[in-house]
Ligand binder design. Structure first.
Ligand SMILES: [Cu+2]
Length: 199
């Protein structure tokens, strides 16, 4: 049993005592609600601390709602460059990115803080090593399990000739880049800056 699960079980036990003690009073429901919230929070922590879960909040926004899209931007990925070197975004804007891979190798469109791209490059190297990703194809079965899983809401990994969609709601933040973290591509300059010129 992992430490986190033990902690959650302990919280449930304590919650039971707490709720039980308050049973006679009017505070019962409120106490129960607090405990439920705590457990939910912990389950969420556990999820986001997992090797393949990235549901934490980002400084620069969150996965966007398809019904609230303000604008569509066509992203073309070549070997190894994007069709844009910068993107100008309004804070709050929900953008649908149509991401097309025109190249002959797998590319990624990932929106993140510059420092996060570095971390993601290490993860991507592991995917390559584990066989979850090859130069020109994605091994979906290997990709969907284990440490090499690629399920970040701020990123799409696209095979040659394919198109993927990413909907993102932007929040203004410093040092945000779009980049491809396939090994070697970022270093080749396959990246660009998100600007917030039109506030
Ligand atoms: Cu690339």
């Amino acid at each position: 049993m992992t430490k986190k699960i033990t902690t959650i079980l302990a919280a449930i036990a304590i919650g039971g005592l707490y709720a039980g003690g308050a049973l006679a009073g009017a505070g019962h429901d409120a106490a129960k609600e607090t405990v439920v919230k705590e457990i939910r929070g912990m389950a969420q922590d556990m999820k986001s601390s997992g090797a393949n879960a990235h549901s934490e909040a980002f400084s620069f926004g969150q996965a966007g709602d398809a019904a609230k899209v303000n604008r569509t931007i066509d992203i073309e990925m070549m070997d190894n460059t994007f069709n844009f070197s910068t993107l100008d975004i309004k804070p709050g804007e929900v953008i649908r990115f149509n991401v097309k891979n025109m190249g002959e190798v797998v590319h990624e469109f990932n929106i993140a803080e510059a420092s996060m791209h570095g971390e993601h490059q290490n993860a991507m190297m592991k995917m390559m090593e584990s066989g979850a990703m090859e130069v020109d194809r994605i091994n979906v079965k290997a990709m969907s399990s284990g440490e090499a899983a690629h399920d970040d809401p701020n990123s799409v990994l696209v095979e040659p000739g394919k198109t993927a969609e990413l909907i993102w709601q932007f929040k203004k933040a410093a040092n945000i880049e779009f980049a491809c973290n396939v090994p070697g591509h970022y270093e080749d300059g396959m990246k660009g800056e998100i600007l917030y010129k039109s506030n």
